[in-house]
Design a protein around this ligand. Structure first.
Ligand code: AMP
Length: 181
């Protein structure tokens, strides 16, 4: 569990933008954590502490904000980072997974050799926020399809009222740094 005083500093650093990108959505802007050295440092120290003894082989981050936290954590832990990207962005051979949006479908991809030659690589999935959970569920599936084991899915925030974390937790353990938003 994060210390309440650290949690307050991180929560206070999140900027909420009403009606972005469309009416009715309150967008949680984490760029204001990134440019606050104290909040970003406390957050990274906390997740480093949580994962340092979990014998992870890779961190897989979701396009695009999961790349920032994921790559920083991978560097802190001394392990590799794997990007899970929106369709059409990865240049080499990929495995892909479709998922449903409110209207239509989207697709994420991973490189076929993302976990190199590590057998049953222990992988942590990371993103800034879980909402309906569609993106994270597809990403966790990609980790398994490409030969890894999704050890846990970590988010900074969880919009738990949308039910995504509950659904995802049937597939892999879910951790949210700030708890339910
Ligand atoms: P979902 O697949 O519905 O769980 O959506 C999760 C993805 O959408 C994550 O990559 C989030 O960064 C982004 N996202 C969804 N809702 C919000 C929100 N209210 N504020 C910021 N990002 C969001």
């Amino acid at each position: 569990m994060i210390k309440p005083e650290d949690k307050k500093i991180i929560v206070d650093a999140i900027r909420e933008i009403p009606d972005f990108p469309k009416p009715g959505i309150v967008f949680k802007d984490i760029s204001t954590i990134l440019n606050d050295a104290q909040a970003f440092g406390l957050l990274m120290d906390h997740i480093h502490d949580r994962y340092k003894d979990m014998k992870l082989d890779f961190i897989a981050g979701i396009d695009a904000r999961g790349f920032i936290f994921g790559a920083a954590l991978a560097r802190d832990l001394g392990i590799g980072f794997v990007p899970i990207r929106k369709k059409g962005k990865l240049p080499y051979t990929t495995i892909s997974e479709k998922y449903a949006l409110e209207y239509g479908v989207d697709e994420v991809e991973i490189h076929i050799d993302a976990f190199r030659d590590v057998k049953e690589a222990r992988v942590l999935l990371i993103d800034d926020l879980i909402a309906t959970g569609g993106t994270a569920y597809a990403a966790a599936n990609l980790i398994e399809k490409s030969g890894g084991k999704c050890i846990e899915a970590c988010f900074i925030m969880d919009l738990a009222f949308l039910g995504g974390s509950e659904k995802l937790s049937k597939f892999t353990p879910v951790y949210s740094v700030l708890g339910e938003a």
